[in-house]
Design a protein around this ligand. Structure first.
Ligand code: COA
Length: 332
């Protein structure tokens, strides 16, 4: 089955992204943290990241990206009847960042909610929105990946704080029309080892207290080496499964837009899939890992600089805390 016309999924009508102004490169970071440009670059490929202002919340980043996506789609906030925001750094535990975004953008009083699937969040949100659109009860979805990861970084932990950045990306989806056609999804999760990447405190298990603050439990914690191995394994499997389910081979892929976590993870994935590295779009050198925002930011950039051409076959693939993963096949 590889005739796209046989498949019925939604269309991305417009894409937009936003990155905060403040650029912090490795040299500047190494003045604050015991690290070096050489270590960060050789281990990760990251050279810089954007950091939001103190008064900017995730919904503010989302607002900029969503506004740009609406302009790209030639649509207005009044056209939207579903808002899904993927984030692990919501403005607050509740109400959802999607509700706050609805009000800021002037979207009608429609269904709004957040999804939390860490770095796979944007692809999970696309999967959910695509399903809701195909029910025909919704016509036009705004799907956003937005993160202010700097708000949960432990700036005393050099093993994590050098990796992440802030940003947002958004897409407008309808179930028909011209645009980037979604052909299918392969999403999954394995919750058996949650401590590989987590934020231990601040939830119901360990509510905020003097002790949790003193233990720095409100910051992101990670076992980098184990995450690295799992990331490559689950992304390879999800990519192979979606290609085979849709009757495509690895060699049919024109572009891969991977989650932007680490250049070495992307290189390993490229080798294992046998898809040349030149087909992978990467901008993690400039922005670091922006979690749920990384794929829509990369997608927007790749489209704007004409890396991807209409009619080409694309694969977006991500992994994240959970562990979660998702692969999405698209026709540009
Ligand atoms: N600067 C300098 N040295 C650092 C450092 C930093 N920022 N961070 C760690 N180190 C040191 C460690 O302390 C360790 O020193 P030691 O050998 O004296 O104990 C050494 O570097 C090696 O650390 P290690 O953790 O084994 O390095 P690594 O090669 O596994 O690279 C990561 C670490 C985090 C870059 C890598 O494991 C990774 O990218 N993992 C995936 C993380 C990820 O993508 N997370 C997001 C998931 S969505």
């Amino acid at each position: 089955m590889n005739s796209d016309s046989e498949l019925s999924s939604s269309v991305i009508r417009g894409v937009g992204s936003y990155l905060p102004e403040k650029n912090v490169d490795n040299i500047e970071l190494s003045k604050r943290v015991d690290t070096s440009d050489e270590w960060i670059t050789s281990r990760t490929g990251i050279k810089a990241r954007r950091i939001a202002e103190k008064e900017q919340a995730t919904s503010d980043l989302a607002l900029e990206a969503a506004s740009a996506a609406l302009v790209d789609a030639g649509m207005s906030p009044r056209d939207i009847d579903l808002v899904v925001v993927a984030t692990i750094t919501p403005d607050m535990a509740f109400p959802s960042t999607a509700c706050l975004l609805q009000d800021k953008l002037g979207i009608p009083k429609v269904c709004c909610f957040d999804i939390e699937a860490a770095c796979s969040g944007f692809l999970y949100a696309l999967d959910v929105a695509d399903g809701m659109l195909s029910s025909n009860r919704y016509k036009c979805a705004l799907v956003v990946g937005a993160e202010k990861l700097s708000s949960i970084m432990d700036w005393q932990d050099r093993t994590t704080c050098v990796l992440f950045g802030d940003g947002a990306g958004a897409a407008v989806l309808t179930n028909k029309g011209d645009g980037l056609k979604i052909l299918g999804f392969k999403s999954g999760a394995d919750g058996s080892n949650p401590k590989l990447l987590h934020q231990p405190s601040g939830g119901s298990l360990d509510p905020a207290s003097q002790e949790s603050l003193a233990g720095r439990g409100h910051f992101l914690k990670m076992n980098g080496r184990e995450i690295f191995k799992s990331a490559v394994r689950v992304m390879e499997r999800a990519a192979r499964e979606i290609l085979s389910e849709h009757g495509y081979k690895e060699s049919d892929i024109d572009h891969v837009i991977p989650h932007q976590a680490n250049a070495r993870i992307v290189e390993s994935l490229s080798q294992r899939l046998g898809i040349p590295l030149g087909k992978f779009y990467c901008n993690l050198d400039k922005y670091g890992n922006t979690s749920a925002a990384s794929i829509p930011i990369a997608l927007d950039e790749a489209r704007r600089i004409s890396v991807v051409q209409k009619g080409q076959l694309g694969l977006m693939v991500a992994f994240g805390a959970g562990l979660t993963w998702s692969a999405v096949l698209v026709r540009f």
